[in-house]
Write a protein that binds this ligand. Sequence first.
Ligand code: RB5
Length: 149
Amino acid sequence: MKLAIGSDHGGFRLKKEIIEHLKAKGIGYKDFGTFSEESCDYPDISLEVGEAVAAKQYDLGILICGTGIGIGIAANKIAGVRAALCHDTFSAHACREHNNANILTMGERVIGTGLALEIVDTFLNSQFEGDRHLRRINKISDIEKKYQK
Ligand code: RB5
C-alpha cells in the first residue's frame, strides 16, 4: 500500500506523528507538505494530494488541517476524490466500507494523537463492501459529471 499524505500548518505536528507511525509499520507514503509550521493555504495541499489519489498514483490519502474540515472540502472538489472527516473509529471504517472514501481527513486541533493513529489504522485496514454501496458511489460520480465543465 502506498499513501499520499499532506497537511497545512494547522495539521503539521499531527502529520509528523502519523508519518512516524507509518514508518514504524513499514507503510509506504509520499509527504506532499507542508514542511514547517509556517502559515500556508490548505487548498494547495488538498489539490496536490487529491489529484494524486484521484489519478490512482496512490491507494489512499490522508489530509490534516486544524479541523480537518477545510482541507477536506477542497479535496472533495476534485472528481474522483471522496474525502471523509473522521474523528472516531466507527466513521473511519464505515467511510471505507460504505462510501469507498479514498482520503481520510482529521483535525489536529480536535483530537489527540493516540485516537488519530487508531483512526488511521482503522481506515487503512477497512475495505469497500461494494454491492448497494457501489450504486450510491456511482450516483456521486454522476453528480460530479453533471457539474464538470
Ligand atoms: C488554519 O488556521 C485553519 O483554518 C485550517 O488549518 C483548517 O482548520 C481549516 O479548515
